[in-house]
Ligand binder design. Structure first.
Ligand SMILES: Cc1ncc(COP(=O)(O)O)c(C=O)c1O
Length: 399
């Protein structure tokens, strides 16, 4: 490798350390659960996992993966249309569509790939895609790629600002297709998208609505069917993307759920589908078992909701000011990135694993620790974590 590149990278890495923004990886030696075994630290309570329903270590989910390994071997060994596709992928895709309430779905190796596939495959030069300002990085990059590939027009509307969206749609009447994209739950804020208003605006402007429900699948709605269920709108969202790497077992993978035509078109033309292997069958089977578990156990979703409410209310009682909301994502804003990383380090020393996030993941000056509560947590786990928050909050003079 060129010495110039190597030197530049080393200098930047050293600067990250000096600025207190260098990310150290924590190695775990146990499944994701309420508590994990961290190398060098032993058992810690984890409040920074997307394992919302506690399904990562669910015996039925783990067993399904093992059985699929025996039945199908390690993987597809090529892309699906060339090499054949496993029957478990078809079963998984039927289950994803059933869960979120669409006619069809198509799986990808990640939700990142699913989000990347949609605009770049479905849009063309005469079309426009409009994205919420706080959408996930995979949507942003997917749109950048779509612009480069298809020369479609792109625009950003202010976060959840319906007037801004409406103005941008009104100015785009000449476009053949208008695609509006929003996260269902915004991952750094825990806020829920105003879906009824978005759907109504899209209807009036003949726009297609796409919702990335990666943090909402398994989380929102009485039975965990996502943002649409939360608002009583199952079946009313044109395109839903979501991950299999969070509430639904937490392994990896994602999907696009939409009409049969959209999913078939993506099967024919989406580049991450045509030029990359399918989900490993172990992962497909574990994800399928997670969906079946969720369908049979809606009480997991209730428990998640109760845990989230409990943790948020106790944090408020302690004197913290978490961002208001009703999801299991509970951010405490601290300002500078170094402050968030310091709080996260102190909490870890107390046996609580909560990640600090700073710029550029969140806007400058709005660094935060982001707590994520799971249905796997017992009240004792949450109380122990809250006691650590109290000690660290006092030490840092935050409360
Ligand atoms: C809103 C959102 N969309 C997409 C993704 C990507 O998910 P995956 O890990 O399946 O690529 C994430 C993961 O952080 C996310 O939070």
């Amino acid at each position: 490798m060129s010495g110039t590149l190597e030197r530049r990278l080393e200098q930047e890495l050293e600067q990250f350390v000096r600025d207190g923004v260098y990310k150290r990886l924590n190695f775990l030696d146990s499944p994701q659960d309420a508590r994990v075994t961290m190398e060098g630290r032993g058992s810690v309570i984890i409040l920074s996992s997307n394992n919302y329903l506690g399904l990562s270590a669910q015996p039925e989910v783990v067993e399904a993966g093992k059985a699929a390994l025996d039945r199908y071997g390690a993987g597809t060994a090529s892309v699906r249309f060339i090499c054949g596709t496993f029957t478990v992928h078809r079963a998984l895709e039927a289950a994803c569509a059933r869960l979120v309430g669409t006619a069809a779905s198509l799986s990808f190796v990640s939700a990142w790939n699913a989000n990347e596939a949609v605009p770049g495959t479905l849009l063309g030069e005469q079309d426009l895609v409009i994205s919420d300002q706080l959408n996930h990085a995979s949507i942003i990059d997917g749109i950048r790629l779509a612009k480069a590939i298809t020369k479609c027009q792109t625009a950003v509307y202010k976060h959840a600002d319906l007037a801004d969206l409406e103005a941008k749609l009104a100015a785009a009447r000449d476009r053949r297709v208008r695609l509006v994209v929003t996260d269902g739950i915004f991952s750094m804020e825990g806020a829920i998208a105003p879906l009824p208003d978005l759907a109504e605006i899209c209807r009036r402007h003949d726009a297609v609505l796409m919702v990335d429900d990666s943090h909402a699948t398994g989380v929102l709605g009485a039975t965990g069917r996502g943002t649409a269920e939360h608002y009583g709108m199952v079946g009313q969202v044109d395109i839903i993307t979501s991950t299999l790497g969070k509430a639904l077992g937490g392994a990896a993978g994602g999907f696009v759920a939409a009409s049969a035509a959209v999913c078939d078109y993506l099967t024919q033309r989406a580049r991450p589908q045509l030029f990359s292997n399918a989900l490993p069958p172990t992962v497909a089977a574990s994800s399928l078992a997670s969906i079946e578990y969720l369908e049979a156990h809606p009480e997991r979703v209730t428990r998640l909701r109760e845990n989230a409410r409990y943790f948020r209310e106790r944090l408020l009682e302690l004197g913290f000011s978490p961002l208001p909301g009703e999801t299991p994502i509970i951010p405490v804003i601290l300002g500078e990135t170094a402050a968030a990383i310091r709080m996260s380090d102190l909490l870890l020393a107390e046996g609580v694993f909560v990640t600090g996030f700073g710029y550029p993941v969140v806007p400058q000056g709005q660094a935060r620790v982001r707590c994520q509560v799971s249905a796997a947590h017992s009240r004792e786990d949450l109380d122990e974590a809250l006691a650590a928050f109290r000690r660290v909050g006092k030490e840092l003079r935050l409360i």
